[in-house]
Design a protein around this ligand. Structure first.
Ligand code: GDP
Length: 595
């Protein structure tokens, strides 16, 4: 055979047997035979690693080459968080390098807290006696004269909600993996989160001091989830460390800075001032204390800020050590006093002209919320519309199934469906056996994905979260139904199966004028609950006199999402003002019928 006869074939780190066969224009049976001849038993839907695929390819006359993964820029993906977009709009000459912001993720007990503590102890002190006294949820260290900001809440709850609101704050994720335990479910989940948010990952292979540490096993498992070590020609830096022995920490800092250098982490210190709320609490003595991560501009004591719906003039500002400061620049974690309310972790904050402007913006936000108190995320039903409107080019799925034997064919069929459908790509973010859990729903909320369950149920916490976050969870017991539904959704043919469910009722006790034309009913919930996002049926003498949407639901002066049995509340409807004492208000929701 001359050189010209050898055809090059590019293969990923892991490939399905069927796909491998297609790439070579061979039949899957041919591939399976070659695999068997080499002692590998694999079915058509199974994946084989690059080395194995390469052997098959060579035997069938190909010259295999490992696929070099080029990182897609967030711009290409159209998934840029707001703060990155604002920075992208700044003029290039105004941009200056800023410290990278790092968050630690990983499986429970793999050592996130220990590692954060070890890094803080070795690098932070900087002449300060005793280092940090106060914990504010973020800190900054210096390594070889360069700063790195760490979000200091392991498994940072804000990471998810930040991402969900398009304001995810981290530039780099350190994925902590215990070398004795390897890749575990939360490792996989964390990696998925980081990938969904397009944040690069550095792996800290922790607990290397343990005799049971097995770094080779861990690396192999990491490669299986597409985190291929750089020593194996991949692009993931894996740093062996020991938090307890304080070993490898310098290397970890080097790796972080290396990744940071490739990412052009910049901001405009003179630009628009904004950032993300890391955490906030009500302090008995000082009022609201909020830890903020400044992402652009320079903030000063006396500035008026708006964080979510909380606002106020900054009365005092502290660095992460609790030292009062007057001013801070990009990537600096700060604690501020002076907000009128407690913002949520993940809220965006910005500096505004005045309290008056802040109040006006909050009013706008609230008016908007009135209109769409419950903005549904991706659902299969509205997918087609979003596709047509050009809002979506990708269908993101989280697939859970009872056993591996059903999971694989489902995922493979879904992927095939995606390949047939050229306008839409199918992205299975996470696949696993077991019931649908809260963290599945969290990932779906964070990445606007749909959760699909086959022969599994969703646990109660997951159901609750799905409801509050508006995540679509669909359960199936027949594979072809599942595939058919997704296919129909892609083609815009899916008919939702909707059913009405009564969630509670309230009795009208009194009627109030809210404005010249609007009235609200003072009610007591007598059964179940009244939900802000539900609909109301007004029943008088057993006759339905009106049916429609809620305009506002209040407990005292506060807008609330729901009011439970036994409590009093104020209900105003959008298009009905003729309440009478004694009316019965029945609250119902429209739901997809589970099959
Ligand atoms: P987290 O749940 O990921 O925050 O994990 P922790 O930091 O709480 O650590 C879990 C356990 O592992 C604790 O008992 C730590 O002492 C231990 N641990 C953490 N890092 C190391 C390490 O480098 N070596 C050893 N031997 N144990 C460690």
């Amino acid at each position: 055979m001359s050189d010209n006869d050898i055809k090059k074939i590019i293969l990923p780190y892991s490939i399905g047997v069927r796909e491998l066969a297609e790439k070579m224009d061979a039949s899957p049976i041919q591939v399976i035979k070659v695999l068997m001849a080499n002692g590998v038993m694999a079915s058509i839907n199974q994946n084989v690693d690059f080395d194995t695929a390469a052997v098959v390819a060579s035997e069938l006359g190909f010259e295999p080459e490992l696929l070099q993964i080029e990182e897609e820029t967030p711009e290409e993906k159209g998934e840029i968080p707001l703060w990155r977009r604002v920075i992208a709009d700044e003029k290039e000459e105004d941009l200056q390098a800023r410290p990278p912001v790092v968050t630690m993720l990983g499986h429970v007990d793999h050592g996130k807290t220990s590692l954060l503590d070890a890094i803080r102890k070795t690098n932070v002190a900087g002449g300060e006696e005793g280092g940090i006294t106060q914990h504010i949820g973020a800190y900054q260290i210096e390594h070889n004269g360069r700063k790195i900001t760490f979000l200091d809440t392991p498994g940072h709850a804000a990471f998810t909600s930040m991402r969900a609101r398009g304001a995810q704050g981290a530039d780099i994720v350190v994925l902590v993996v215990a070398a004795d335990d390897g890749v575990m479910p939360q490792t996989r989940e964390a990696a998925n989160h980081a990938k969904a948010a397009r944040v690069p990952i550095v792996v800290a292979l922790n607990k290397m001091d343990l005799p049971s540490a097995n770094p080779e096993m861990a690396k192999k498992q990491l490669a299986e989830i597409d985190l291929v070590p750089d020593e194996w020609d991949g692009d993931t830096i894996i740093v062996p460390v020991s938090a307890t022995k304080m070993q490898g920490l310098d290397d970890l800092m080097e790796a972080i800075l290396l990744v940071a250098d490739n990412k052009e982490i910049k901001a405009n210190p003179k630009g628009e001032v904004f950032g993300t709320v890391v955490e906030a609490e009500l302090d008995k003595f000082r009022g609201t204390m909020a830890t903020l991560l400044l992402q652009n501009g320079t903030i000063e004591v006396g500035d008026t800020i708006l964080a979510g719906k909380a606002h106020g003039r900054i009365k005092a500002m502290f660095d992460f050590r609790g030292k009062p400061i007057k001013k801070a620049g990009p990537s600096t974690p700060i604690a501020v006093m002076g907000l009128n309310d407690v913002p949520r972790a993940g809220d965006i904050f910005r500096v505004v002209e005045s309290e008056k402007e802040a109040r006006a913006i909050v009013e706008d936000i609230e008016a908007n919320e009135e209109q769409q108190s419950f903005a549904p995320r991706a659902t299969l039903e509205d997918l087609f519309e979003r596709l047509q409107a050009g809002e979506e080019q990708e269908l993101r799925l989280i697939v859970k199934a009872d056993v591996q034997g059903s999971l694989e064919p489902i995922v493979n069929s879904l992927k095939e469906l995606g390949e047939k459908q050229s306008e839409v790509s199918m992205n299975v973010l996470h696949q696993e056996t077991g019931n649908i859990t809260e963290s599945d729903v969290m990932l779906a909320a964070a990445s606007d994905a749909i959760v699909i369950g086959f022969a599994v149920d969703a646990d109660n916490a997951a159901k609750r979260l799905a409801e509050t976050e508006g995540v679509s969870v669909r359960l199936y017991t027949i594979i072809y139904r599942l595939i058919e539904d997704v296919e129909k959704a892609l083609k815009g043919m899916l008919e939702p199966e909707l059913v009405e469910r009564t969630v509670g009722s309230a009795k009208v006790l009194a009627i109030f004028a809210v404005s010249r034309f609007k009235v609200a009913a003072g009610c007591r919930v007598i059964d179940g609950e009244i939900r802000r996002n539900g609909k109301i049926r007004v029943i008088r003498n057993k006759n339905v006199v009106f049916e429609g949407e809620i305009g506002s639901l209040k407990r005292g002066k506060d807008d609330v999402r729901e009011v439970r049995e036994g409590f009093e509340c104020g209900i105003a409807l959008k298009q009905f003002h003729e309440f009478e004492e004694g009316d019965l208000l029945e609250c119902f929701v429209i739901e997809e019928q589970s099959r």
